[in-house]
Design a protein around this ligand. Sequence first.
Ligand code: K7E
Ligand code: CUA
Ligand code: CA
Length: 618
Amino acid sequence: MASLAGVVACTDKGSTPPAAVTPAGGAITNPGQGTHGVVTHLKPGELDTYYGLWSGGHTGDVRVLGLPSGREILRIPCFVPDALVGWGVTNESKKIMGTRPDGSLRYNVGDSHHTHASYKDGNYDGRYAWINDKLNSRLARIRLDYFTCDKIADLPNVQGFHGIFPDKRDPVDEKINYTTRVFCGGEFGVPLPDGISGGASKDRSLFTCVDAESMEVRWQVVVDGNCDLIATSYDGKLAATNQYNTENATHYAEMMAAERDACLFFNIARIEAAVKAGKFKTYANSKVPVVDGTHSANQDPKSALTAYVSVPKNPHGVNATPDQKYFICAGKLSPTATVIELSKVLDWFDGKLEKIDDAIVAEVELGLGPLHTAFDDRGNAYTTLFLDSQVVKWNVAAAIKFHHGDKNAKYVVDRLDVHYQPGHLNASHSETIAPDGKILAVGCKFSKDRFLPVGPLHPENEQLIDISGDKMVLLADHPVRGEPHDFIIFKRELVRPKQVYALDDFPLAVKDPAESGVFRNGKKVTVKMTSQAPAFSLNEIRLKKGDEVTLILTNLDKIEDLTHGFAISRYNVNFIVNPQETASVSFVADKPGVFWCYCTHFCHALHLEMRIRMIVEA
Ligand code: K7E
Ligand code: CUA
Ligand code: CA
């Protein structure tokens, strides 16, 4: 409700600028500001102009927000069970999540950090989004037609899988101008069974490529040092990861030993060619081809798969500018941002640039603790300063001029205090060729005094900033459940979600109530059922103790928003079926007695009456 607290005196639609912008409580002001166009307080019934996809952190889901209001609309479960939809309860969701031989979930905790969406022609195309699970090294895909998770890939050979980024087109095939790969950075080194270039095994990090369609792991690259966050170029040729642990250390003090670490570039076409040519090895636990991206194996630029660009001490994020020219690596322990020109990196790979570090075209001071960078449509970058609790707005072209000796080039345009210790930030369509320079969300790691106290665990404070003018204007505070880390923001026109499923998409669908019944084959029992408000197609389900039951439920209601739930008392079963959706659960009828099964989703005036009995005979 933070957005309702008198943020904006709005009197009209989002398209019309309000008469005045009054920052929350009058306490946060940016003196001298004129009127800006972003309205955060929508009138009842008004729709937001942007979707935000928010990483869910420990809850292992993706949260869908409407922006600029900041209202949370949906949570899409991925890595962690979810009691609303029965994620981790239904057979269909368990198959996506992965199970042990006894049918239980392989993992039921997660730690998601980064979410990014698929591209076409350099802009989002509304097909897919992806999210990582750092804890158990998984990558989940969300299909944006239904806003559901449909596949999860397991990355072999890595721990601490952190950054992700989809490619923006194919590096070789002219016709493929959309995302076909997702790159994943393994942060923690783990011992590999037999080293990489022969010799003793050292703990190693790997960079992983996952196929965007099949979600199979395509290949991996062993590197020196670690991987962390990922950026991809618009021509599809390059991906990069920031490295804070070039020391290959296992303890933090040693991870800070070197004055400079690296931004590590991957030549995607060459890696694909090496894999095709069979120049890889595999490890016993997987069939995934692994190529050698270490320093020593990539000395000759003309054949190198990787290039290590030196950047100051323990850098954090790496981000691609929307003009397609640069990657920006934020310094974290250094107060700087390093701007790397991509055409020069390609020149190095072609043998036309002598030293790879000459690809650095600027290294400028921004403030203390720079972490992540977002962009507008006017050549400006916005970088979070964790230690300074600020967002700094700076001009990339001016920074390059300054770096080349023009000391009059004022690259810092504006600074804004945020509350407090910001990590990620992102602007509308920031990392696409079409940023619109309107709104910027900032994920502040600490909220301290910004919300009512609720004991030791504070929410995080996500702040919304209007970046449409020269000066940034703070618009709103939003408490969020920890710990989202990252998010993207895109225009609502991009997606046209379907609101009713297609019966034929479900092989198990019970298409007619007449097909309902309890079908026995020895101990194995299949229960087929349909739901149509306010009734299930069976009045009771008769079973024998010890039956191995699979219950299939199809919701035959066709009306938008008419969802039913199905829960079995004392049997740990609860899930929903959306209109025309089919879901199934399997369980052993191990407790004799009479158990009420009821609809858990309010569907009808007779919702409470929508219940049947399961009778288990001893
Ligand atoms: Cu994206 Cu928080 Cu995982 Cu930076 S990391 S803050
Ligand atoms: Cu069906 Cu409630
Ligand atoms: Ca380091």
